[in-house]
Design a protein around this ligand. Structure first.
Ligand SMILES: Cc1cc2nc3c(=O)[nH]c(=O)nc-3n(C[C@H](O)[C@H](O)[C@H](O)COP(=O)(O)OP(=O)(O)OC[C@H]3O[C@@H](n4cnc5c(N)ncnc54)[C@H](O)[C@@H]3O)c2cc1C
Length: 367
């Protein structure tokens, strides 16, 4: 693609569970979606297939009674999207212009112009950047180090074991509380002498007899062997003294960063950077732009919820292209022609500002 412009009705950015599910649905609806797949990049934490490419056992994705390896699951998603004619392009979207339709997406080699855009760029866990944390074989990531208690906490390697959770915010309290279902004991290591977590989350953690806090302490290194996985952490006290603390697993819970830098100043986001969607649909504040998966979900962050909202995005884009109203974050419903249906459904506001009743049987244009 040498500086050419590609034109499409539906473009999806991201090939994790959300993007590939949106592709399956929109391809089956004969919308000929183009899915943009970022190449492997360890700094940007991107890979075709998304976050599940860096994990091993996925035990909670419905339909796989015996579990499935993350990369194998994503290969199945991809094959299904290919089967219905999804077109794939490996490229990094470096800039977008959403000021008018068709929207423009810029890669290093050309421009993509699209009537609807489905954003499924996911989120990346924040890491500590310490020795032992990297993915196997460089460290113990996937062999005792995790950033997702819901995903990995129930695995046999962590059951009835002593675990360490790193962090002091809501994520850390939530992860620690969840892990006490399986672990013998959970130690929360925090570099400060108090938490940033909300009061209710703190109190829940303080009341839990299986949770202990190690304050004013930094995790300097994760220790272990390839055979046993994680065996401990090297901790540093405020006086600079180091000691080894034995544990069988480390959950890094210092937050997530949604991959939304690209859309800053164009799409509405919360304080952390998660895209705001309607709640009744996957519509963002710009009609024709939809968001699904972890990029708009700071709460559940699971493959099945990402896939679920991917399905919603494809159906929303399909409705929009079919000239049907789609619910916006404002509560209005908007059509591709720019008509707004008010949240109470009583009126339609036309693009030139005329208000007409939306009563059953009254057709657009009648006063
Ligand atoms: C180690 C680990 C283990 C996990 N285990 C489980 C589990 O067992 N069960 C479970 O349900 N969930 C698990 N999760 C969570 C799950 O992986 C996510 O909820 C899910 O992948 C989110 O899907 P997504 O499609 O929204 O985004 P992602 O999977 O994050 O995919 C985003 C995609 O967007 C691409 N992208 C980003 N920016 C750009 C750009 N500018 N241009 C082009 N492409 C771009 C990326 O390359 C990637 O392909 C785990 C997560 C991790 C990190």
């Amino acid at each position: 693609m040498a500086n050419e412009t590609i034109k499409r009705d539906v473009v999806i950015i991201g090939s994790g569970p959300a993007g590939l599910t949106a592709a399956i649905y929109s391809a089956r609806a004969s919308l000929k979606p183009l899915l943009i797949d970022a190449p492997v990049d360890h700094v940007k934490q991107t890979a075709p297939g998304g976050q599940l490419m860096i994990t091993t056992d996925v035990e909670n994705y419905p339909g796989f009674a015996d579990g499935i390896q993350g990369p194998d699951l994503m290969m199945e998603f991809r094959k299904q999207a290919e089967r219905f004619g999804t077109e794939f392009m490996e490229a990094w979207i470096r800039e977008v212009d959403l000021s008018e339709r068709p929207f423009q997406l810029y890669t290093d080699s050309g421009t993509i112009s699209t009537e609807t855009l489905i954003i499924a760029t996911g989120a990346s866990a924040k890491w500590l950047g310490i020795p032992g944390e990297a993915k196997v074989p460089d460290g113990f990531g996937g062999n005792g180090v995790s950033a997702c208690a819901t995903c990995d906490g129930p695995l046999p390697a962590f059951r009835k074991k002593v675990l360490v959770v790193v962090g002091g915010g809501d994520t850390a309290m939530e992860e620690a509380t969840f892990l006490t279902r399986y672990a013998a004991k959970v130690y929360v290591v925090h570099r400060r002498d108090k938490q940033r977590a909300s009061k209710i989350m703190q109190e829940k953690a303080f009341r839990n007899e299986k949770i202990e806090f190690i304050w004013n302490t930094r995790v300097e290194e994760i220790l272990g062997t390839p055979e046993e996985g994680v065996t401990g952490v090297r901790l540093r006290k405020p006086n600079g003294e180091d000691y080894v603390f034995d544990c069988a697993g480390v959950f890094v819970a210092i937050g997530h960063k949604p991959n939304t830098g690209l859309f800053k100043g164009q799409l509405e986001m919360d304080d952390v950077g998660y895209l705001k969607t309607s709640g009744h649909s996957t519509a963002t504040n710009i009609p024709g732009v939809f968001a699904c998966g972890d990029v708009q979900d700071s709460v559940y962050r699971q493959a099945v919820t990402a896939a679920g909202t991917g399905c919603m995005s494809a159906i929303d884009a399909e409705r929009y292209l079919d000239h049907l109203p789609v619910a916006m974050p404002s509560g209005d419903e908007v059509t591709i022609e720019g008509e707004h249906v008010t949240p109470d459904h009583k009126a339609i506001i036309t693009p030139d500002g005329h208000m007409i009743p939306n009563a059953p049987g009254v057709t657009v244009g009648e006063d």
